[in-house]
Write a protein that binds this ligand. Sequence first.
Ligand code: FES
Length: 261
Amino acid sequence: MQAQAGEVVKVQAPKIELKRRTFTFRVKRYDPKTGSYRWSEYKVEVTNRQTVLDALLKIKATQDPTLAVRYSCRMGICGSCAMVINGVPRLACETKPFDLGTDVIVLEPLSNFPPVKDLVVDMDEFFRKHRSVKPWLIRRDEEEQFEKLESYYPQTEDQLMEYLEFAYCIKCGACYAACPMVFLNKNYLGPQALAAAYRWSADNRDEGYVLRLKVVDSDNGVWSCHYSGTCSKVCPKGVDPALAINLLKKSLLTGKAPGKR
Ligand code: FES
């Protein structure tokens, strides 16, 4: 029914029935003192509105304060809480136990990262690779970029669309953990850094594509990617790093800078 002008329409939020269930969480824990892994098992009651991260925090508060977990925003933005959940890299704060379809939920630290403690991994190398592609706007004229306050870099909607989907990356490391080529070659830049290289090079305001080629167009750059596509399958933000890598390859083979598909 159409609302009449001036009529107040009350919209009722759909009611989600609250359910409770006890799940078993099997957690693979790394002990930095012994350099070895062990498994711990916890039973926790959660509701259908709670996430794996909520369950882990409940375990820490009520059963085992020594369990190490990393998190910050609790809303799928900071990327801190990525871990392997039932064999798939995901964000713990966006994954609900009720949606996984199993009573036993297996949690492991992200693959392809050195462990720090329990579910926390060391992301230094991952961020070093990210930085190596110069993920920022580069202008040839630094004086114009940094000194002239009136500098203005226009961008049309079409130009924005050339890279927008790749700008949603939250650097959680899920793609890197899922990549078989990172597993085989620790020097490979990996899907996150290469997608960032594409994102910045495809930005019409950027002039740094040539400066990124040294790392992008190398054995440990795009040519290490065998296009398994696992990175794109696990991205919690719907980014498609495999596409970005293929677009970079296309640019290198055609000699045309990214930004024009
Ligand atoms: Fe920030 Fe999960 S805690 S993404």
